[in-house]
Design a protein around this ligand. Structure first.
Ligand SMILES: Cc1ncc(COP(=O)(O)O)c(C=O)c1O
Length: 376
């Protein structure tokens, strides 16, 4: 699905030298490079505070701890997302409240959010799924009307941009009270291991999140609040600092690949290519097709997945089971929840290879094999 090896080879000299510098400095944890990277990422995003941490899942957990959410508080989350978004809610003994996504953008549906609000609701977690920004203007308006926090799960959309109706543009992850991201290697800004970060413009929250990520300490060995140990190490920060300089070019390459696929599948009656809402600058973490208008669609989708694999083309089903149907979340609604859009999507989505190193020959091969199977 990704080609991190070829991507590395293009920046090998820069990366190797930066990693060697960390080795020489011996500052493996909390080296200067971690703060330098955080400050460069803040400038790129246009946000005051970037708090690096160990991974995207921790970032979401730290965000919910930082906002002081208490057991029993309800947190609204899309059902159609990666497990991490929902898992941390349950881990903190908060109550996940599943809502539908929009079938076109795959992102949280504001009307469904509004309907799900109760006196116990404390926060909304929009997910910028596959690199498409959630409808943040509507989400923020609902949040401010009901006095709720917004935590953006931006693990899949770093660098994407949201355009408000007044023309103002903001980077995804900088619009809610807190934004969270992941630097998992396959992400648009990927480390060579695990990593994550939180973003906020609120000074007080910035200090608190940093403390929580570091054992709740205000100064060494003085612990004021309950925290955890969640660090981005210096080697990852050094690599990410270099890759950040290339992020816009990486996004451009993904968008070129997406355009190629779009053209190749245009007009096909069964294949629906990813929708791009006018307010969203799509960064194509994934290129996800929806198959429609055929019988036994899941059988066909799974058949396509197998056919591509036989032709040495990876493809993935993100996600085969929506959150509300996961065994672990049975107590929060389970099968009794009626979520036709999330179910509909899980039955028919398929993601094709999407990364910065795809060339025309590969794209042509992948697209022709998809069409060969679908038109059969
Ligand atoms: C939407 C979403 N949220 C959260 C995460 C968690 O990130 P990590 O794997 O770095 O913990 C991921 C990453 O896989 C993700 O895709």
């Amino acid at each position: 699905m990704v080609d991190t090896k070829n991507q590395y080879h293009k920046i090998k000299a820069e990366v190797d030298s930066a990693v060697l510098q960390v080795m020489e400095s011996s500052a493996f944890i909390n080296g200067k490079i971690v703060q330098d990277f955080a400050s460069h990422l803040s400038s790129y995003l246009g946000i005051k505070h970037t708090i690096p941490c160990a991974n995207g899942t921790d970032a979401l957990q730290i965000a919910m701890m930082g906002l002081g959410l208490q057991p029993g508080d309800e947190v609204i989350t899309p059902s159609f997302t990666y497990i991490a978004t929902i898992e941390v809610i349950a881990l903190l003994r908060l109550t996940p409240v599943f809502v539908e996504v929009d079938p076109q953008t795959f992102c949280i549906d504001p009307a469904a959010v509004e309907k799900a609000i109760t006196p116990k609701t404390k926060a909304i977690v929009p997910v910028h799924l596959y690199g498409h920004t959630a409808p943040m203007e509507e989400i923020m308006a609902i949040a401010s009307k009901h006095n709720l926090y917004v935590i953006e799960d931006n693990a899949q959309a770093i660098g994407s941009e949201y355009t408000f109706s007044n023309g103002i543009k903001k980077k995804a992850g900088t619009i809610g009270h807190i934004g969270c991201t992941s630097f998992y290697p396959s992400k648009n800004l990927g480390a060579f291991g695990d990593g994550g970060a939180l973003f906020t413009d609120n000074d007080e929250l910035g200090v608190k999140l940093k403390m929580i990520a570091n054992h709740g300490q205000s100064k060494k060995y003085y612990h004021d609040i309950v925290g955890c140990n969640s660090r981005l190490d210096s080697v990852q920060a050094a690599i990410l600092d270099i890759k950040l300089r290339h992020l816009d070019e990486y996004i451009a390459a993904r968008r070129v690949a997406a355009d190629y696929y779009d053209k190749a599948f245009a007009g096909n009656k069964v294949i629906k290519t990813p929708f791009r809402a006018v307010y969203s600058y799509h960064v194509f973490h994934q290129y996800t097709l929806v198959l429609d208008g055929i019988e036994n669609v899941t059988v066909v989708r799974d058949g396509l997945n197998e056919f591509l694999a036989k032709n040495n083309i990876p493809s993935m089903i993100y996600y085969p089971v929506p959150g509300h149907r996961q065994k672990v979340f049975e107590q929060f609604g389970g099968k009794s929840l009626h979520m036709p859009v999330s179910d509909w999507l899980t039955e028919r989505v398929i993601s094709l290879p999407m990364h910065t190193e795809l060339d025309t020959e590969q794209l042509n091969f992948i697209a022709s094999k998809v069409l060969e199977f679908i038109n059969k």
